[in-house]
Design a protein around this ligand. Structure first.
Ligand SMILES: [Mg+2]
Length: 222
C-alpha cells in the first residue's frame, strides 16, 4: 500500500485557543448586541459571512483597543507544544478559520507562533470601524465566509489519495470540513453535530489528547 502523508488542519477559535475569541470580541464591543445574530447563525438561518458583516457593523473600536482586549486569551492546553512536535516530525499544520486575521494573527504572534500558516477572513480597522474582506473562493459553499472544506480541498484535490487529512474542531463552522477529512477530532457543538449525523469523530479535550492519539497510532514517535 502506498504511504500517505499526514496533514493536519485545525480550527482556531475554541480549538487552537481555549475560548472562542471571535465570538467574545464581538460580544464585548457590541455590548452583547451580537448574541441574537449568532443564535440565527447557529440555526443556519444566516451565513457566517452575513453574520460577521452585521457584527462588524455593530462595533466601534480602535485596533489598539481590540489588541488590549485580546490580552486575556490563551491557547488551548498543549497547543503550542503540539505544533512544535508535529513540526519536528515534518507533519504540515495549518489553521483554517471562519474568524478574522485581526485577532488570529495577534494571538499567534503573542505566543511566538506567527510562523503558522492560516486561512481566514480579513478585517481592517479605520476610524473605529471594522471593515471585512472575504478573500477566498468557497467552491459554492453559501454557509461560510472562509469555508474549511474548500480550504482543505484546495490542498489535497490534485492527489487526494496521497494525503491523510486530520481535522480538529469544536463548533458549527467546522462541519464543512467533515467530508474532506480522514480523521476528525471533535468537541463542543462539533462533537454534538458529528454524533447527531453518525459521523465518526474522536472526542478530545485538549491538544495533549490529540498528541497521545498520534503517538499511540504511530504518527509520531520519540
Ligand atoms: Mg471554533
Amino acid at each position: 500500500m502506498e504511504k500517505h502523508r499526514t496533514i493536519i488542519f485545525s480550527d482556531f477559535d475554541g480549538t487552537f485557543t481555549k475560548k472562542d475569541i471571535g465570538y467574545r470580541l464581538f460580544r464585548h464591543f457590541s455590548q452583547g448586541r451580537n448574541i441574537p445574530l449568532v443564535e440565527q447563525w447557529k440555526k443556519g438561518l444566516i451565513s457566517s459571512r452575513d453574520c460577521l458583516l452585521e457584527e462588524a457593523a455593530m462595533i466601534s473600536a480602535t485596533l489598539e483597543e481590540i489588541h488590549l482586549f485580546l490580552e486575556t486569551f490563551n491557547l488551548s492546553p498543549g497547543a503550542a507544544d503540539f505544533y512544535k512536535t508535529i513540526k519536528r516530525h515534518n507533519i504540515p499544520f495549518y489553521i483554517v478559520s471562519d474568524g478574522l486575521d485581526i485577532y488570529l494573527e495577534h494571538v499567534l504572534r503573542k505566543h511566538g507562533l506567527d510562523e503558522i500558516e492560516f486561512f481566514c477572513n480579513r478585517g481592517t480597522v479605520k476610524d473605529r470601524q471594522l471593515k471585512l474582506n472575504f478573500p477566498y473562493d468557497n467552491d459554492g459553499c453559501m454557509r461560510c465566509g472562509c469555508c474549511k472544506g474548500a480550504r482543505i480541498n484546495d490542498f489535497v484535490k490534485s492527489d487526494r489519495s496521497a494525503w491523510e487529512v486530520i481535522f480538529i474542531g469544536d463548533g458549527l463552522s467546522d462541519i464543512c470540513a467533515v467530508p474532506h477529512a480522514d480523521i476528525l477530532f471533535a468537541r463542543g457543538d462539533f462533537l454534538d453535530y458529528c454524533r447527531a449525523k453518525n459521523v465518526m469523530a474522536i472526542e478530545y479535550e485538549n491538544f495533549f489528547d490529540i498528541f497521545r492519539y498520534l503517538e499511540g497510532s504511530g504518527h509520531i514517535s520519540g
